[in-house]
Design a protein around this ligand. Structure first.
Ligand code: TXA
Ligand code: MG
Length: 313
């Protein structure tokens, strides 16, 4: 059900959860300080309680209530806001409810690049919003995806199709003066390195993931995916009886129905098409799908391979 800005605002103030547009993916939003509404988000999504939520703000000064202090280096990142960058900072635990942080002492904050949603936040105050999909399913990049997961009656503030189509990049600015890349996303690691002046600190592999969400299966269609590093192998496998479709690019091998993500190595376009394509595989009933992953692992190519790897598991 599509609702107006005023209706979204009224519903949020009365303790409801509504779907909101952002440039990355749709979010399932509640007011930060409304603990009961926040809890509804976990129930609706089937989300584990140990997976914290991102707080969305409309202006930088909203950070003053949310975090203990804003590190100096944060100012280097200001050109990424509004935009698809989530920054993990030390939370003001007496203001940011524990359920939002999943008990951590940090909070993830971002300013979405959707003027509609920022206008909403300027009235409601900060909104917490995970991606508007059932836990484990591909994220929603248009209102139809939200309806597919939560039903036709679910209230959606319609902002059309998301312009990025993949989640924000998540970084942590640590007290030790490093930065860490917790989730690759719509901003490339290279672009962040340029601005922050150094590569991200790599935590030892045996430490628990710093971003709890990274340990769960994600972005996965029902269809079983098999990633193929080169088109030659893919062509051979396509000749066997075991697969029903190919997920790839305009110039991928033929022989089976092709779901294309656009031109090879055009990562922004590929990422924008990805979640619709994963949902399409299921809608068309393909059970086993070959995935063409012969593309360069640079820039947003790293985000593309990250999401495809997670979809395969
Ligand atoms: O683009 C996006 O980021 C979208 C839109 C709606 O803003 N949101 C999104 O939310 O992708 P979600 O909940 O699907 O993913 C949030 C990720 C999870 O992996 C979670 O573990 C991590 O952010 N996260 C949130 N707060 C954190 C914190 N304090 N420390 C470490 N990781 C955190
Ligand atoms: Mg998500």
């Amino acid at each position: 059900m599509r609702i107006t800005l005023k209706q979204a605002c009224d519903r949020l103030f009365s303790g409801d959860v509504v779907a909101i547009p952002t440039e990355t993916v749709y979010g399932l939003a509640a007011r930060l300080t409304d603990v009961r509404a926040v809890q509804k988000i976990f129930t609706l999504k089937g989300r584990p309680q140990d997976n914290p939520l991102i707080v969305h703000v409309s202006q930088i000064h909203e950070l003053d209530d949310l975090v203990e202090h804003v590190p100096k280096r944060f100012s280097l990142l200001k050109n990424f806001w509004p935009g698809p960058l989530t920054v993990i900072l030390t939370a003001q635990c007496n203001y940011v409810p524990s359920v939002v942080r999943a008990g951590l002492e940090t909070v993830g904050v971002r300013m979405p690049d959707s003027s509609l949603t920022r206008e909403l936040i300027s009235t409601t105050g900060p909104l917490v919003a995970p991606s508007a999909n059932l836990s484990g399913k591909p994220s929603a990049t248009c209102p139809e995806h939200v309806e597919a997961d939560f039903g036709k009656d679910f209230p959606i503030l319609d902002g059309g199709h998301c312009t990025r189509g993949v989640e924000s990049t998540i970084i942590a600015l640590t007290d030790a003066g490093h930065w860490e890349l917790l989730r690759s996303g719509a901003i490339s690691r290279e672009d962040l390195e340029k601005v922050l002046g150094e590569p991200p600190f790599e935590s030892p592999a045996d430490l628990a993931p710093r971003s709890p969400g990274q340990k769960y299966r994600h972005y996965a269609p029902q269809a079983k995916l098999k990633l193929c590093e080169d088109t030659k192998t893919l062509t051979e496998l396509a000749k066997t009886e075991n697969f029903s479709a190919i997920l790839g690019f305009d110039d991928s091998p033929t022989g089976l129905p092709l779901i294309s993500l656009g031109s090879r190595n055009d990562y922004a376009t590929n990422l924008n098409a990805l979640y619709s394509a994963l949902r399409e595989l299921d809608a068309r009933g393909f059970d086993a799908v070959l995935v063409d992953v012969e593309f360069l692992r640079t820039g947003l190519g790293l985000t593309l391979i990250d999401r495809l790897n997670r979809a395969e598991k």
